[in-house]
Design a protein around this ligand. Structure first.
Ligand SMILES: *Cc1c(COP(=O)(O)O)cnc(C)c1O
Length: 409
């Protein structure tokens, strides 16, 4: 496209946007189980209105926009409230999980250098299943990534092997709550004990579970301690734009204390402009991401989240039961809204293709090759459709036992 000489009317532009979106996955029907968190039309409408109310305002300027400063403080306080942030716990909103993880790593690095005299090459130790955002941040900061294979069968962090991988140059140890590939929570208490014994910074990546697990627990499920309730947890990442059902561009990075957080903000003044103190890498920060998060959290409240998250776990339980009947094996014991599964006789990727033909857009897990679902409240309505389509897909591809066995062995 060339830059248009003359513009077009707003009406024409808006209808073209509409037309363009028709080529995308039709996620509103519930057949998308990745990228989108569908909590219903009412939540969608509220977040749009609340976002547009502050679409021009800038979170970079807390003095100019005390409204945004206060809303961000409220959002962080609410997050800490459900994640057992004790006295002195603090944090900031970021643009997403990758941003939160990057800032947590930067903070842990500066803390290690300043408080523990760590110097020279640095590393982080994490389970193989932890998110690739850690690799991005490590790449930026020239930090070595030590990924340790997960426990066979359980798909959880191997704490002993992780302990062996730590040394005097380790600035952070990571556990996920849950990890993305399997949807399983790592043994955070065991990681915490190991980190406390070695005086290491433990980060819990609750990007996808931070606003899901607390409510699933309130609904009665047994969720092991994974947040600041566990004493060795120094920092956490928890995304609002996932199971918080907030507008995209909203996450939280949280710290046990101000003494840890103090290493996060940037404070520079060596230029001809004025001094800049910014909590994250961003300069300009979208006001709408803050106001939309504040609005959705206050609209749903604990009761509203419990209701939405009950639909997520209901969908997961229904799909799990159906999958077992169809002969699938579920990887480990997922307790939240994500799961991965494979079939002894059918290759997962071939099934994925057949499901895609039926309008399903989902993720995959590579080790071992598996289908993957990240479920939303909406999926409680279509769980049976998914299972029926999967059963049909199994009749449309040739069982490929030898091939599959070879791949899994
Ligand atoms: C989504 C996710 C991230 C990254 O978050 P983005 O918002 O996509 O940058 C990190 N960790 C886990 C476990 C995630 O699921």
């Amino acid at each position: 496209m060339t830059f248009p000489e003359n513009g077009r009317s707003a009406d024409e532009i808006l209808s073209e946007l509409d037309a363009r979106s028709s080529q995308d996955v039709q996620w509103r029907d519930g057949k998308t189980a990745v990228y989108i968190f569908n909590a219903g039309e009412d939540i969608s409408a509220l977040k749009k209105q609340a976002y547009t109310a502050f679409i021009e305002e800038n979170g970079l300027g807390p003095l100019a926009f005390p409204s945004l400063r206060q809303m961000e403080e409220d959002v962080i306080a609410m997050a800490l409230d459900i994640l057992h942030g004790g006295e002195g716990a603090t944090g900031k909103m970021t643009s997403g999980g990758t941003d939160s993880i990057t800032m947590a790593m930067k903070t842990a690095r500066d803390y290690a250098r300043a408080e523990k005299g760590v110097s020279g090459p640095l590393n982080i130790v994490l389970p193989y299943s932890a998110h690739l955002a850690f690799d991005k941040a490590a790449h930026l900061m020239d930090i070595e990534v030590r990924r340790i294979p997960v426990e066979e069968g359980a798909f959880t962090a191997d704490v002993t092997a992780m302990a062996d991988a730590c040394d005097a140059h380790t600035i952070m140890v990571v556990g996920s709550a849950p990890n993305f590939p399997y949807g399983i929570i790592d043994p955070i208490e065991a990681l915490s004990e190991m980190c406390e014994a070695k005086d290491l910074w433990l980060h819990v990546d609750a990007c996808v579970g931070g606003f899901l697990a607390p409510f699933v627990r309130m609904n009665g499920a047994e969720i092991p301690p994974f947040d600041f309730e566990v004493p060795g947890v120094h920092s956490m990442s928890a995304d609002l734009h996932k199971y918080g059902y907030c507008a995209k561009g909203a996450s939280t990075v949280l710290f046990r204390s101000e003494a840890l957080y103090q290493y996060m903000p940037f404070d520079f003044d060596n230029w001809s402009g004025t001094q800049m103190v910014t909590p994250t890498l961003a300069g300009t920060r979208p006001g709408g991401a803050i106001s939309a998060a504040w609005a959705v959290m206050n609209h749903l409240g604990i009761a509203g989240y419990c209701e939405k998250q009950a639909l997520v776990t209901k969908a997961r339980a229904q799909i799990e039961a159906g999958l077992r009947q169809l002969g699938f094996e579920i990887l480990g014991e997922p307790k939240l809204g994500l799961m991965a599964f494979h079939h002894p006789d059918f290759h997962a990727y071939a099934l994925w293709g057949k499901m895609a033909e039926k309008g399903w857009f989902t993720s995959l897990t590579k080790d071992p090759p598996s289908l993957h679902l990240m479920l939303s409240p909406k999926h409680a309505e279509v769980a049976n459709v998914y299972l029926a389509d999967l059963e049909k897909s199994m009749t449309e591809i040739t069982p490929d036992t030898e091939h599959v066995k070879a791949r899994y062995s």
